[in-house]
Design a protein around this ligand. Sequence first.
Ligand SMILES: Cc1ncc(COP(=O)(O)O)c(C=O)c1O
Length: 427
Amino acid sequence: MPVSTAPSAATTSTTPTTPTTPADLGLLRRQDPEIAEVILGEMARQTDSLQLIAAENFTSPAVLAALGSPLANKYAEGYPGARHHGGCELVDAAERIAVERATALFGAEHANVQPHSGSSAVLAAYAALLRPGDTVLAMGLAFGGHLTHGSPANFSGRWFEFVPYGVDAESGLLDYEQILRLAREHRPKAIVCGSISYPRHPDYEVFREIADEVGAYLIADAAHPMGLIAGGAAPSPVPYADVVCATTHKVLRGPRGGMILCGSHLAERIDRAVFPFTQGGAQMHTIAAKAVAFGEAATPGFTAYAHHVVANARVLAEALAAEGFAVTTGGTDTHLITADPAALGVEGRTARGRLAAAGLVLDTCALPYGDGRGIRLGTAALTTQGMGEAEMARIAVLFTTALRAEGEDTRRVREEVRELAGRFPPY
Ligand SMILES: Cc1ncc(COP(=O)(O)O)c(C=O)c1O
């Protein structure tokens, strides 16, 4: 792992830092060559292409070690000191450490580190604060809301009355006047702020004022910026929101999973909403891995990393705009960039396919006021690999070359991407 991202003494020691080498996979290869091949293939894919998916990152070898540990064997329903299973003394210690580190890192009174995912965290937050049929104001899916913010295909849209808010058609920015007007009109029980693709910081203070005016809970779904918040590169919703939901992967660079922060007065309700209301046994290997990630995120190295992620995203957004992409909101304050590639003669889905063929892996996204889809990308993984501004500028040029390339040219761009990725191995 590059020096600039080395999170702790553990990864700077002389022990090997590659989490899973082909040699380590020897046993699995002998027992189950089919799955071993899949893992080896995925390791190769992750290292010889560029991972620009905004929600992805490379966890540290220490996080992977905790994830692959025998803590995976342990059943632990309940909470430390109050489990339904025996033999939980040691995993209790892991969960206490994770909770202590999370509360210290984010300045929260209470943390629940058991949600299996970001969606599970949001489900538990709703379960703690709402009743089926309650009205909730959240960003509409067409503007960047998550499935759990009222999609008809999700429990949220089925069980609650969601009122969507959007962004200003001109600027692409949150329209707080519209949010206030909708809040006054619909008197929601909760207001959700947070998005899968909004590249700017929500004004949590304004959201709090609106929630207070209409007597609503404020739920911040900070799945995307949580790592930036940990590193001091984005404002924190903790002082303003009643409940903060997040994922522990993405910029935060932990294992796949969720977490919830809240004040002490809501602690019991949140804990009961996670277990036993919406989940069963906690995944103790993941909780130990979350503890490791929180420990890493508390280091000066991670603070530097979080700021570097944003600096890289700004450079990449500017360079993409110079190449002709219509960058939503005109830039970014975060790790996230959304853009319309229409001016380059392609729609988002076609762009994703051509970029993927060149080894540039990213997502499409809804465009607030466009006809087609846009592209969504982020700089968390590239920055973990140690890439900087020069690489961002080069990647923007590779984007347009890849979009225009056909046949032999596509293969040439693919080789360039392979060469660039090869100079910045993630492990
Ligand atoms: C804002 C937001 N909320 C919730 C989630 C759900 O997280 P998960 O995929 O872990 O369920 C995401 C994931 O991208 C997200 O961006």
